[in-house]
Design a protein around this ligand. Structure first.
Ligand code: AP5
Ligand code: ZN
Length: 214
């Protein structure tokens, strides 16, 4: 099963990716998490990406495409994978197609911008794993601590309101065109396309995903 999760920053891609990964045993490929790991490790890629990410801008297509292509070749992706945060531009989607990487389903999470701005202020993440929480909507068992490791949760530097608004603008300009791109792919029978109401509860969305994916 090869799946793309499509949606604005904060639409819930990472949250549902965690659920799909556990239920279906396919790896989550989150380009955001991969880049954040590179920043933390201080690699050449991380040094390049940090400033761009903190400002809420997109890392270059060339860099991201190389990263994903390499990751997809790893053994754990043989049975499928879940792309979270990629593709995010038309050239990224074209690169997948040109490489002959077929996609079974695209799942779009639809959430209005104002709701997203509200959500992001409450997000907390576990930097080691990418696990995501929300202080109100999806709180950890112990305040400020990751459920699995017990380690501290942090606020992402790009979750400041003004940066969230910039990220949303970039989403509408560069990523939203993928909705019609994959809509056309679905019409051609190349993949399935499902649009979900991302404002439902985390659990309600997970249940809907099970119905679609089973
Ligand atoms: P990335 O990490 O991919 O960020 P994003 O796409 O902006 O998405 P987010 O991770 O912010 O949101 P999400 O949809 O995963 O929501 P989440 O589940 O966390 O990318 C970061 C940066 O890396 C980019 O800005 C760019 O610089 C670079 N980058 C990455 N990929 C790239 C690419 N392909 N090309 C170029 N550059 C790239 O949920 C958000 C919050 O809401 C959480 O607190 C959560 O608990 C809560 N929540 C989730 N679902 C619900 C619900 N149903 N109801 C209430 N609250 C909910
Ligand atoms: Zn995410």
């Amino acid at each position: 099963m090869r799946i793309i999760l499509l949606g604005a920053p904060g639409a819930g891609k990472g949250t549902q990716a965690q659920f799909i990964m556990e239920r279906y045993g396919i790896p989550q490929i989150s380009t955001g998490d991969m880049l954040r790991a590179a920043v933390k490790a201080g690699t050449a890629l991380g040094i390049k990406a940090k400033e761009v990410m903190d400002a809420g801008q997109l890392v270059s297509d060339e860099l991201i495409i190389g990263l994903v292509k390499e990751r997809i070749l790893e053994d754990d992706c043989e049975k499928g994978f879940l792309l979270d945060g990629f593709p995010r531009t038309i050239p990224q989607a074209d690169a997948m197609k040109e490489a002959g990487i077929n996609i079974d389903a695209v799942l779009e999470f639809d959430v209005a911008d104002e709701e997203i701005v509200k959500r992001m202020s409450g997000r907390r993440v576990h930097p080691g794993s990418g696990r995501v929480y929300h202080i109100v909507y999806n709180p950890p068992k112990v305040e400020g601590k990751d459920d699995v490791s017990g380690e501290d949760l942090v606020i992402r530097p790009d979750d400041e309101e003004s940066i969230v608004r910039d990220r949303l603008a970039i989403y509408h300009e560069q990523t939203k065109p993928l909705v019609s791109y994959y809509g056309k792919e679905a019409e051609l029978g190349n993949s399935k396309y499902f649009k979900l109401d991302g404002t439902q509860s985390v659990e309600a969305i997970s249940n809907q995903l099970v119905e679609l994916l089973d």
